[in-house]
Design a protein around this ligand. Structure first.
Ligand SMILES: Cc1cc2nc3c(=O)[nH]c(=O)nc-3n(C[C@H](O)[C@H](O)[C@H](O)COP(=O)(O)O)c2cc1C
Length: 169
């Protein structure tokens, strides 16, 4: 898939078909995360792939803003080193790599973030010194999606040319 086409069409997918995603795709998603560039190439992250149904269910019981992880084909938890001031930016960049790599394979995903992620650390055995930044759920979309049908602010509201407020065309 063309990179811009992937960016144009990818959407948050929260409902998944009851169909497994091949392990090779999971490997590709993790590799996309590993290859992502980080500040000073510090790579202050650790990615935990979860494919076991019982672990996905346990995650869904604590992830209050993403219960649907229980129906996902797999999930990836992104842990970042607590002492890294760039952990959030670096980890977020790796998230986008994974989302796009999965989308190219027809696999939808979503970022489950911030609400009640501490128990996730316990379930996944994340050691002290790391914080969970995001839990990503992945799976083939349950419904076909309007490709590229997004609700986004108009260009004039979010972009300028040369100086803030000068219309960008
Ligand atoms: C930092 C961050 C945290 C998010 N947290 C959640 C979340 O906890 N639960 C959820 O269902 N979606 C979450 N999302 C997904 C957003 O709601 C989604 O990206 C946004 O609504 C745009 O969706 P669309 O691309 O389908 O238009 C999060 C997204 C980001 C970037």
């Amino acid at each position: 898939m063309d990179v811009f086409e992937a960016i144009r069409t990818v959407l948050a997918v929260r409902a998944y078909a009851d169909r497994p995603v091949p392990h090779e795709v999971v490997q590709k998603v993790i590799e996309a995360a590993r290859l992502t560039g980080s500040s000073k190439n510090d790579q202050p992250w650790h990615f935990i792939a979860v494919e076991r149904a019982e672990t996905l269910k346990a995650l869904s019981e604590v992830a209050t803003s993403g219960r649907y992880v229980g129906e996902a084909a797999f999930a990836v938890a992104v842990a970042v080193r607590s002492d890294s001031i760039y952990g959030v930016s670096d980890g977020s960049r790796a998230v986008q790599s994974m989302v796009l790599a999965a989308w190219e394979e027809g696999v939808g995903s979503n970022w489950i973030g911030f609400a009640n992620l501490e128990p996730v650390e316990e379930i996944l055995g994340v050691p002290d010194g790391y914080d969970i930044l995001a839990l990503l759920s992945f799976g083939y979309p349950a419904q076909s999606l309007g490709r590229g049908n997004k609700r986004r602010k108009p260009l004039a509201e979010v972009a300028s040319s040369e100086r803030f407020g000068t219309p960008f065309e």
